[in-house]
Design a protein around this ligand. Structure first.
Ligand code: IMP
Ligand code: MG
Length: 363
């Protein structure tokens, strides 16, 4: 079970302050009764009333589970409401409203109380999970339909004490590698071996471009005009193609990105893409090869690959220069996260695969 940071202590506190202010502004001079639903709301109620700028009363009620008539049936009832609430303004303080079952129970018991007004305030709300029509008067933060823990909310009884909120990771752990290196470094060759060995999807920007070009897609034609000149394709075009490729392989154990990202903006876009899959880049691995060896290797490849940009030495040198100029910041980007690994890219294919595996096995 993995949890990742989701909502910071600061954001929670700001939200609670905003809710306290909004509710205070909506109320006249009467003294409201705040009712927290235990257990989850204890932390929210405590922080909320400290920020609430006017006098107020505070009480709690609790959901109790009884066994139903059939042993599988779980009946939930709210207990603990002993105070006379006739003609009072009552504001329910909930930590989270999920399906709305608890809220339905709140409405059921308040039907019998002759309150002046009943309002519902919840710190968190999952709109996608909500199945009721009861109005939610105050909502702190809307969240996706995923399990969260912290700030009063528990997972199997634990985690209520955390001042921040964490989200349960639902997808399996992925190994996502950015294979890095100038043209001719052997990325494609190594990716083929690593893909087999670690059961990963290989996404080569070059291949994705070429298949778009062969199929004469709009993105493909656009990309072509840049590639023919030995220039990098603009970020937006590249990212759109890559996102589609990742989506095609929704169940992958991980990806090898080859030829991508090449700019800071692309690296951030890639982070965003993977974050949407509850994942991230595990490592950037760079194959390090001397310039002269690179030119030789690419010219050799050009004899058989049929790629126009592999046949012309000045275009090759331009691509190598372009690579170093534009990708240097990426090394810093991943180094700052301790995710950058340099690997000697000169040697036999097996030797280099071995060196790469040493890095991947430790991820
Ligand atoms: P309801 O579905 O709106 O009735 O919410 C039921 C209860 O489930 C809440 O009061 C919480 O105690 C619990 N709950 C719902 N979603 C979460 C969550 O993401 N984390 C922890 N507890 C939750
Ligand atoms: Mg609750």
């Amino acid at each position: 079970m993995h949890f990742k940071p989701f909502i910071s202590e600061e954001e929670i506190q700001d939200t609670v302050a905003r809710m306290a202010e909004e509710i205070a502004n909506d109320l006249s001079d009467e003294i409201p009764v705040f009712i927290g639903i235990l257990n989850g709301s204890f932390m929210f109620v405590s922080d909320f009333v400290k920020k609430f700028p006017k006098p107020c009363e505070i009480t709690f009620i609790k959901l109790a589970s009884y066994e139903g008539l059939k042993s599988t049936e779980d009946i939930q009832r709210l207990i603990g409401l002993t105070q006379d609430l006739t003609d009072r303004t009552v504001i329910i303080l909930e930590d989270i409203i999920d399906s709305g079952k608890t809220l339905a129970e709140v409405h059921r018991i308040f039907k019998k109380e002759n309150v002046k007004e009943l309002r519902i305030a919840t710190l968190f709300h999952k709109p996608e999970a909500y199945k009721k029509d009861f109005k939610l008067h105050y909502v702190g933060i809307e969240i996706p339909n995923k399990f969260i823990v912290g700030y009063g909310l528990d997972f199997d009884g634990l985690g209520r004490d955390y001042p921040a909120v964490y989200q349960l990771k639902t997808t399996q752990h992925m190994t996502n590698i950015v294979l890095f290196g100038p043209p001719g470094a052997g990325k494609g060759t190594q990716a083929t071996f690593l893909k087999e060995k670690y059961d990963l999807e290989h996404i080569s920007t070059g291949d994705v471009f070429r298949s778009n070009i062969n199929n004469e897609t709009a993105l493909g034609m656009l990309a072509k005009s840049y590639m023919d000149k030995g220039e990098l394709v603009p970020d937006k075009v590249t990212i759109d193609m890559l996102a589609a490729e990742v989506e095609k392989n929704a169940d992958a154990k991980g990806f090898i990105f080859d030829g991508f990202p090449r700019t800071d903006a692309q690296a951030k876009a890639l982070d965003g893409l993977l974050e949407g899959k509850d994942s991230d880049i595990s490592a950037m691995i760079a194959l390090e090869v001397d310039d002269e060896i690179l030119v030789e290797r690419v010219l050799e490849r050009g004899k058989t690959s049929g790629r126009a940009d592999d046949a012309d030495e000045s275009i090759i040198r331009n691509r190598i220069q372009e690579y170093y100029k534009k990708t240097a910041p990426l090394k810093d980007y991943y180094s700052a996260q301790n995710k950058y690994f340099g690997v000697d890219g000169v040697g036999s294919i097996d030797e280099i695969t071995e060196r790469l595996s040493k890095v991947i096995d430790k991820l």
